[in-house]
Design a protein around this ligand. Sequence first.
Ligand code: 13P
Length: 273
Amino acid sequence: MGVSADLDSSATSSRRTPLIAGNWKMNLDHLQAVAFVQKLHWTLKDAKHEDGSVEVAVFPPFTDLRTVQTLLDADKIPFALGAQDVSTQDSGAYTGEISGAFLAKLDASYVIIGHSERRQYHAETDEVVAAKVKAALKHSLVPVICVGETLEQREESGPTAVSVAQLQVALEGVPADADIVIAYEPVWAIGTGQVASPEQAQEVCAAVRRVVAEKLGEDAAARTRVLYGGSVKAANIASFMREPDVDGALVGGASLVVDEFAAIIRYQKHVGV
Ligand code: 13P
C-alpha cells in the first residue's frame, strides 16, 4: 500500500463504485465499434459485472457515438457512454467543435476533459480545461478531468505539484455537489509501457483527493472517483486497485483488445483483491 490520503475519505473507498473506462482515442470506426462492444458484452456476460460492483464506460470517437448508443440501448448493454472532448461553447460558428448539448442528446454520461494529448497537440491550457468542465456540467455530463506530469516536470517539481496545480484551476467555480471524476495520467506512462508503481499512483491520487477536499469539501472528496491511467493492463490493474485512493482506471491501448479489457474489468477475480 502507498501513502494514504490522510483524509477520512480514503478509508471510505468502498462507498465509491470502481470505474473502468476505455479511452479508444482515434481508433475503431463505427462498424468496428459495433463488433467490439458486442464482443466485449458477450465476453463479460458470465462475469456478472452487471451486479454493479464495477462500472464500465467506453469513450469512442465522436463519429461512433450514435451507433454505440443505439447498440447499448437496443441490446440493454450496461456500459456507460462517454465522449473524448467537448466544446466550451453551446452552439454557433465554431467549425469542428462538438457541443455538450449534442452529447447529452446521445445519452452520453461522461466526457474526458484535458487529456494530455489534447493539452499537447491542441494547446489546451488549464483555463480551457476549466471552461470545458463548466460546459460539461451545464449539460449534466460528468467530466473526467485528466491531470498529470511529464517526466521532466516530475524531476523538477516532484510527483504531485503539476497535478495539484492543474486540478486547482480546473475546479475553480465548480459547485460542491458536482459529479466529477479525476484521472491521474502521468504523461511518461501513457502508451509507453512504462507504468507508474502502485505507490506512485496512490501518492498523486491522494494529493488529488486533497485538492477536491479543499475546493469542494470533504463530502465531495469522499464521493469523487479518482482513476489512474497510463499503461494499465490486466497484469497490473489489481495492484492499482488495492490502493485506497485509486477508484478505477482510464485505459488506452488495452481497452481496444476485448480479452485484455474484459480481464481488467474483472480485476476483482485476480488473486489477492
Ligand atoms: P495507455 O493505456 O495506452 O497508456 O493510455 C492511457 C491513456 O491515455 C488513457 O486516457
